[in-house]
Structures are given as C-alpha cells and as structure tokens.
Design a protein around this ligand. Structure first.
Ligand code: PMV
Length: 340
C-alpha cells in the first residue's frame, strides 16, 4: 500500500505564488485590513501546516476596526519590528512568527525591513488580531514588492499566516471556501454581495469578559476537538446547514434568520468543543450570565443574538434601532458598525 503523500508546506505553497526575484520598493507602504467575526465558524483543519479547514465558514468584517501595517526599507540595514508603537525584540515569539513569514516573501534576498503594525481596536476588545494582522501584512508585502496578487491569492497567503486571516482581505460579509485540493489553491475567501442599504443597520457589540490571552490556543483547541470529539461529524453537518441558512438570510435581508443561525452555529461549535477530551471550554461564569441576559431580552421582544469564539467574550448582533436599549443593558459594551 502506498503511504499518504506528505502534506504541502507553507514554503511550497508560497513558492508557487511568488516570483523568483523581487523588486523592493524604495518608499514605505501602508495598508489596512479589518478584523472579522465568524457568523458560521471554522473549527478544525485537514492540514495544520497550511491551514486547510474541514469546512467552509462565513464572517463579517469590522469596518474601520482592524490592523494598520507599514513596511519601510531599513535605514540601519537590519530588521525592526514596532508593534503598537513599541520596539519588539527580534528574539520574541511575535517577531519570529512575523519575520518567518516575511522571509518567504524575501526569497532568500537580503532586504532589511522596518515593519510597524498597530491594531486599531477598541481598548481590550478581546477581538482576534491575528486575522487582521496577517491580512494587513500580506497586503503590505504585496504592495512593497509590487506583486500585483489577485484578492484570491492574497487570501491564500493570509490563510497561511492564520486561517481566519483569509477572510480579513475583504470588507463586509465574506465566505471562506473549504476547497478540496491538497495544495489549498482553492481554499480562499470571497466577498458576498448584499444589499448594503439594509445591512448597514447591523451592529456588533463586544462584551468583554476577559481581555487576557486565552489559556488554550485555537490551534490546540481545534486539534483536541477533531481528535477526540464524537460530535465532530455532526458539527460538519451543522455547518453545511448554517451556511445555507445565513446565505439565504443575507440574500433576503432577514436579520432574524441571520441572528438565529449565527447563535445556533456558535453554540453547536462550543457543544462540540465540550465533548472533546480533555474538554475544551472557553467560557467563564460571566459568559453564561451574558448569554442568559440575551435570552431574557429576546423574551421581552428585543431582537438580539450572540456569538462566541475561542475565548470568554461575547459578541452581540442587533440592529441600529435597538442600539440605545442594548447599550443601557450591557454597560461595558464596545459598539461596532461594520458598514461605516
Ligand atoms: O484562525 P484562527 O486560528 O484564529 O481560528 C479562528 C477560530 C474561530 O475564531 C473560533 C472561528 C473563526 O472562524 O474565526
């Protein structure tokens, strides 16, 4: 029997997307990429090295909330990383992760760079920044080396940095297609056309429960779930249903349907995590308290739904008309308008 072929590596995939030699800019470039929140989640990979998901997913980008990244030629002749205004040592895990990725793009040429990156997020928003961070880095590298990559190629490169970054290449609602190829060339995100006159009423409220680093990375949490949860196959079926439901809700301007499918999807993902061994549990008592408050307000007739990622914070979904009442009921809410 033949052994399974070795999975593709990051380097192999980027090799096929990048030219042999590069022309570096003599000027700085600066770009922005939005953060995103998944309405139908990605949880589990079929290739951990190049981040190929087991299922497709769908998200909303957060407008002006995200990451700014500037790349400049180094006047000193060595690499530098400035993160949120502070110089970061090149021997830190963050610098390693960023420059390892940048090295793929430098194609073994010696091109010292100054990379400045800042997250334009509300204080302690508890929003994943690796998605907007890698999307911004890829967009900046594309401009700096005049690569003229297509949005699909940018999305593939961002995915290699961090899975959900594939969706942060675009604004608005975005679908990341699972793809079927082993090299992941068909696993990229695409924007979903919607009636923005209707959807610009959408509001996201982030309720902070804990702004500390999570105890278990999404990578480890996914691995643990896929390996040990007997519910994982059911989760994949749920995703197929929810994607269809959310896409129909978007096409028919139906916020209620969107909210219901989003909340159902998040709870199904967390139920699957809980059935892993060792169990994967990101909630804290306050997370549950907020969920119960949402259900209580819904019983009172307010159209309010939630979603939760690999952390304790809760993201609320509602319409502009309910902004005053929601802000009053949740005092520590960070209000976001994805379409403005
Ligand atoms: O891309 P990662 O490794 O940060 O994983 C993202 C996982 C979730 O946020 C829970 C879901 C998603 O689709 O964004």
């Amino acid at each position: 029997m033949l052994d399974d072929p070795l999975p593709y590596t990051q380097e192999q995939v980027l090799d096929t997307l990048l030219p042999e030699t590069l022309v570096a800019s003599e000027e700085s470039v600066e770009v922005f990429a939005p953060a995103n929140i998944a309405l139908c989640k990605y949880w589990g990979k079929r290739n951990d090295e190049i981040h190929l998901p087991n299922t497709s997913s769908l998200s909303i980008s957060l407008g002006k909330v995200g990451t700014w990244t500037r790349i400049s030629p180094s006047p000193e002749g060595f690499d530098e990383l400035i993160f949120n205004g502070t110089h970061v040592g090149l021997d830190t895990p963050l610098a390693h992760r960023i420059f390892r990725f940048v090295d793929y793009f430098r194609r073994k040429q010696i091109i010292p760079l100054v990379i400045e990156t800042r997250n334009d997020l509300p204080t302690a928003a508890g929003l994943a920044t690796s998605a907007s961070g890698f999307a911004a880095l890829v967009k900046a590298l594309n401009e700096y080396f005049a690569l003229t990559m297509s949005p699909e190629q940018l999305s593939i490169c961002a995915r290699i940095g961090s899975g959900s970054a594939s969706r942060s290449i675009y604004d608005g609602f975005v679908r990341w297609n699972r793809g079927t190829q082993d090299d992941g060339m068909d696993s990229f995100a695409e924007p979903i056309a919607v009636d923005t006159d209707y959807w610009q009423q959408l509001r996201i409220g982030v309720v902070i429960v804990d702004s500390n680093e999570k105890h278990l990375s999404s990578r480890e949490g996914m691995f643990q779930t896929v390996e040990s949860s007997i519910l994982y196959d059911a989760w994949s079926m749920q995703v197929t249903r929810d994607l269809e439901e959310i896409e129909e809700a978007l096409a028919s301007n139906d916020f209620t349907r969107l909210g219901q499918a989003t909340e159902h999807n998040a709870l199904s993902m967390h139920a699957t995590m809980l059935s892993a061994w060792p169990p994967v549990m990101y909630w804290q008592p306050k997370t549950l308290e907020i969920m119960q408050r949402v259900w209580e307000l819904r019983r009172e007739g307010i159209e309010l739904y939630f979603t939760i990622d690999a952390g304790a914070n809760v993201k609320l979904l509602f319409l502009a008309q309910d902004e005053p009442v929601i802000c009053e009921k949740f005092d520590q809410i960070e209000l976001l308008r994805p379409f403005s």
